[in-house]
Ligand binder design. Structure first.
Ligand code: UT7
Length: 341
């Protein structure tokens, strides 16, 4: 029994009691994008599976999106915002480099929650709920709101067709709560800084001389990616981490109800499903509509599948995030608060 194994291993349980998501209304289709850069709907669809992306307008903030997703997750969990102990905002694109989580907590009315941002790029959501589980299993906090939100449209070179066609903006959230059940069956997290250069959103050097020294004056470059390298990394490491996770939790691939991967490229999702010998119908994909929304992609896909009635309480979900760092991580989730003990 999977649950018994982990309950023994990690102590008190954590369940996922609600989810929510929010995406901006503004949509840019492949055809519209091909008027801006030299690309085509055919190229983008066949190489990635992406058909359109939602983009954050200048009068909307990432904080607004994160609050909307958080509200919806809190409502599904049937709790009050004021009961939340901790808000973790997984993002690489906060409105404020000092972090946006406390503003999100304030906007939600999560009056007693502490909030902090967590940056692990497209792996951020998996890293963030794994961190939440440590607070919950240690007994420190009982109710944690985990949000994955990104607006990479702000950081793209809209003249670089190799990157600008891939990304979109959005937010997704889950409520994690203490329980006698164990909804987080297991997780594995990794990073490898030796391959950091493959995907970066780094400082661009603007030097200023101060006395006898120099400082950088804090401007950021646009997103830079070696797509082929990142693709190779993803199809190598994601199946590997998934297989490790299944082994460690004594789970057979055929026990999985759903695969909810970071939505970066349909070919990557298909490759992982094939390696695990999973029926393609078990793979949740909304990449066609949203593109790669970085830390938001897993919780948006999860939320849509739960609200569509695909994912039911008690379903076993394998999830994995991967991206800049390079970082990657996988988790096995038993969805829902109850109805499956
Ligand atoms: O969330 C972070 C994780 N990121 C990822 O998972 C991204 C992983 N990488 C990928 O998904 C793929 O590498 C891409 C979709 C980014 C690129 O696909 P690819 O099959 O690896 O294409 P490529 O980079 O090898 O480029 C093939 C050709 C090139 O032309 P030449 O040099 O062969 O003449 C590119 O210039 O396609 C060209 N190209 C494009 N053509 C039309 C690159 N981007 C475009 C474009 N439209 N948007």
């Amino acid at each position: 029994m999977v649950e018994e194994f982990i309950l023994k291993a990690t102590g008190p349980g954590m369940v996922f009691s609600g989810c929510g998501s929010a995406t901006p209304a503004q949509v840019l289709t492949n055809d519209a994008l091909s008027q801006i850069v030299e690309t085509s709907d055919e190229w983008i669809r066949s190489r990635t599976g992406i058909g359109s992306r939602h983009l954050l307008p200048p009068d909307q903030s990432l904080t607004d999106l994160a609050i909307a997703a958080g509200k919806s997750a809190i409502a599904m969990a049937g709790i009050e915002s004021a009961e939340i102990d901790l808000v973790i905002l997984a993002t690489s694109t906060p409105d404020d480099l000092f972090g946006s989580a406390s503003k999100v907590a304030h906007g939600l009315g999560a009056t007693r929650a502490v909030g902090f941002d967590l940056t692990a790029a497209c792996s951020g959501f998996v890293f963030a709920f794994s961190v939440a589980s440590q607070f919950i299993q240690a007994g420190t906090y009982q109710k944690v709101l985990v949000i994955g939100a990104d607006a990479l449209s702000r950081w793209l070179d809209w003249e670089d067709r190799r990157t600008c066609v891939l990304f979109g903006d959005g937010a997704g959230a889950v409520v994690c709560q203490t329980s006698e059940h164990q909804g987080l069956v297991g997780f594995e997290l990794y990073s490898d800084g030796s391959r950091n250069h493959c995907l970066t959103l780094g400082l661009s050097s603007g030097r200023k001389t101060l006395g006898e020294g120099q400082v950088d004056t804090g401007k950021y470059n646009t997103l830079q990616m070696n797509g082929r390298e990142v693709y190779r990394f993803a199809v190598d490491k994601v199946p590997e981490v998934m297989e490790k996770l299944l082994y460690r939790t004594e789970t057979q691939p055929e026990q999985l109800d759903w695969l909810v991967l970071h939505q970066a490229n349909q070919r990557i999702m298909d490759a992982v499903a094939k390696r695990l010998k999973l029926d393609p119908e078990r793979v949740i994909s909304n990449l066609g509509q949203y593109g790669n929304t970085s830390a938001a992609s897993i919780p948006i896909a999860l939320d849509e599948a739960v609200r569509d009635g695909k994912i039911q309480p008690g379903d076993l979900i394998a999830t994995a995030g991967f991206g800049a760092g390079l970082s990657w991580g996988a988790a096995l989730i038993r969805w829902g608060e109850n109805g499956w003990s």
